[in-house]
Each structure stands twice: as structure tokens, then as C-alpha cells.
Design a protein around this ligand. Sequence first.
Ligand code: AVI
Length: 330
Amino acid sequence: MTPGPASRREGVGVVRHYNLLVGAASFLDDVLAGLEAPQKAIPPKYFYDARGSQLFDAICALPEYYPTRTEMAITERHVDEIARLLGPDVQLVEFGSGSGVKTRLLVDRLEPSLYVPIEISPAVLREACGALAILFPWLNISAVVADFSRPIRLPEFVGIPVRRKAVYFPGSTVGNFTPEEAVGFLVGVREMVGPGGMLVIGVDLKKDKRMLEAAYDDAQGVTAEFNLNLLHRINRELGGDFQVKRFRHKAFYDEQKSRIEMHLESLYSQFAHVGGRRFDFRPGETIHTEISCKYSVEEFQRLAARARFHAEKVWTDPAGLFSVHLMIAV
Ligand code: AVI
């Protein structure tokens, strides 16, 4: 371990790119398997092609979609404390880094010795890293294209002083896993950071059903476009022939399961072809595209404890809409 400079800003960073997507199940295989199931379903990771990522950024700016601005406000307010608790010479791994806008605040204060964004869309990752390298020329970046809904083994990043590994997982993306899947994911995070490693994670909180449903079915129809883009993507990339106008976006809050569900609902009796196969739809039949689980602070802490994360600190906004947790791997 060599001591870092007083401020990393004096140095010049290096940007490296790694692709761990090789060998992953293909879009076509997942779509075919999903459309053959009794409840048709497509994994939400396929939302994020270039168009889907743009639409997601537009969702984050919608008046109804409170999570992004609320989480940003919490982070802005407590970023100094977060940076102090994480300490110096941190290897900061971010899951689902997207456009990288949320990261800037933390990178600026923390000055990590290495920043490792993990993102499924290579184009989005490349653009985000380009922008970060301009803003923070001193920052070492090892950018990883990978699907974090499956276990990931990161390469060893040598030659950079690291006192602690930390994972940053903002946006309540953990809510897109079922609680059981979330525990499995957190076990993987724990193995990645090792004992004493940290996790800073954004978690959306339970609240009024109307507010939740508005956030996932906005008045401008951006979330509807985001959801329907999956069918356009299948048509574009897999030669599918979905008549997208014959489907509608459907989002509702299931209070029993404490989760938003998003579906694409067939408006008519119809069929579509993908990969040479025909898929039939009854009127009202849906393709399940996403869940977004909501937790109380205590529920999430109990869930993380199952993956042996100790809840060190939690911050929420005054209205109790969203939470940011700092957790330590025990
Ligand atoms: C990325 N994820 C946390 C978003 C959410 O709120 O579950 C995705 C999203 N889907 C519709 N709107 C936003």
C-alpha cells in the first residue's frame, strides 16, 4: 500500500475498458424463453439500449418520478459524511452506473483511488466515462461492461493503492430484484468488497399507492414509451414483427408484495413472430417487464443482514420518500 497524493486532483488518471458480457445469455434466448412461459416476461435489463437509456434519463427528470431528485438531495446533504465514513484510497465500484450523473457528487468528494462503473450498455458506459474523464482528469477509471443480474467476478486491478473496497448502488435498482434475489445479489457484493468493505445503496421506501403509481405511469407517457421500447427493440435487433401500437403500458402497485409491477398489455387477440417462432396473445394478456420493490428502512436492513451487511448509517429525506444506507460487510 503506497500513500496517495494529498489530493488526487494533482494526478492524471487512466481509463481502461473491460467487457465481461462475453458468454452471457443472448437477448434472443432470453426473449424466446420469456415469451414461451405461461406468464410471458422479459427481464428488465433489456430496457437499456441507447434509446431506453435516454428514456430512462427522461424518466428521472419527470415531476412524478421523485426517486432521483430525492436521492440526489439526500446525497448532496450528506456527501461529506459519506466520504468521511468511506475513508481514503477507496476502490469504488458502481453497479448500473448509467449516464454517471449521480456519481459525480460522490467522486468529487471521495476522490477514490479507482472508480469501477459496471454497466450493461457499452455505448452508455463509454459516453459516461468520457464525460467523467473530462470532469475529473485525475480519476482512474476501470469501466466494466457486464450484466450484474448474474454473479460477476471483477478482474484484479493492480498498481493502485486500495485501503477499502466499496460498492455504490444508487437509484433503488435493488428494488428491481425480488427480495430473495436481492439477498443473493448482496451476498455477491459482500464477497466483492470483503470484510470491512462498504456498501452505499439507495432504497425507495413504501408510500401512498397513488404517488407510486403516478411515478410509474406519468402524465407525459415517458414511462409508457420506455416500456414499449422493449417491443421496438425486439423488432429492431431480433427482426420481430410486434405491432407496438396494439400494446399498452400497464403499471400498478401490489400492496401485498409491496412492489410496482410493469407489464405490456395486448389490446387485441393477435400474434407476433420472433426468431422464426409465433407467439399468440389474448386481449388483456400481458408481458411482465419489471418489478420495483419498496421497503421500509427496517425491512431493508433486515434483508441486508441476511447477506451479512451491518447497517451503519441511514439517511432519509424529510418526507420519508427515499433512503440512502451505508452498510459494512461483517
Ligand atoms: C432502474 N430502476 C430503479 C427504475 C425503477 O424505479 O424501478 C426503473 C424504472 N422503471 C420505470 N420507471 C423507472
